[in-house]
Write a protein that binds this ligand. Structure first.
Ligand code: ZN
Length: 160
């Protein structure tokens, strides 16, 4: 069976930036499962995995445009520290969920100068070229329920 739209694929992967630093890996963890073709993965990785089968190994370099996009300067803002009332030890690198008119958004604190806090709503990997090493370990049909929910059930997926 090959990876195509609405198949559940299980993959082992290692993600590196262009400096060769490992940003993420399934090594030492369970492999990742996802449903092809419904936006579970970044477009560049789905493109690279389409048509692959169990045992296939893929090396792919994905430009930001087909990964997490380019950084948007409008998503970077400086706010007053008192916006974070109730947070005891505010630090660079902290992550918060913010409500906006586009739904829930994850923001990061990227700088703190006195009472001025810089927040960034870009994905941490925005602007990065991503280098994936992937091995396909399983491919199966998605169930109607999985397609309905938009995520994988069972091992490596949602348990409910
Ligand atoms: Zn579900």
């Amino acid at each position: 069976m090959q990876i195509e739209k609405n198949k559940v694929a299980t993959i082992e992967y290692t993600l590196k930036n262009n400096d060769g630093d490992v940003l993420d890996t399934s090594e030492g963890n369970d492999p990742m499962t996802y449903i092809q073709g419904i936006g579970n993965l970044i477009p560049g990785l789905e493109d690279a995995l389409a048509g692959k089968g169990v045992g296939d190994e893929v090396q792919v370099t994905i430009p930001p445009e087909k990964a997490y996009g380019l950084p948007d300067a409008e998503l970077v803002q400086v706010v007053e520290r008192n916006v974070f009332q109730g947070v005891d030890d505010l630090q660079v690198g902290m992550q918060f969920q913010a409500q906006s008119d586009q739904g829930t958004q994850v923001i990061w604190i990227t700088d703190i100068e006195g009472d001025q806090v810089t927040i960034d709503g870009n994905h941490p990997l925005a602007g990065e070229t991503l280098n994936f090493d992937v091995k396909v370990v399983d491919v199966r049909d998605a169930s109607a329920e999985e397609l309905d929910h938009g995520h994988v059930h069972g091992p490596g997926g949602h348990q409910h």
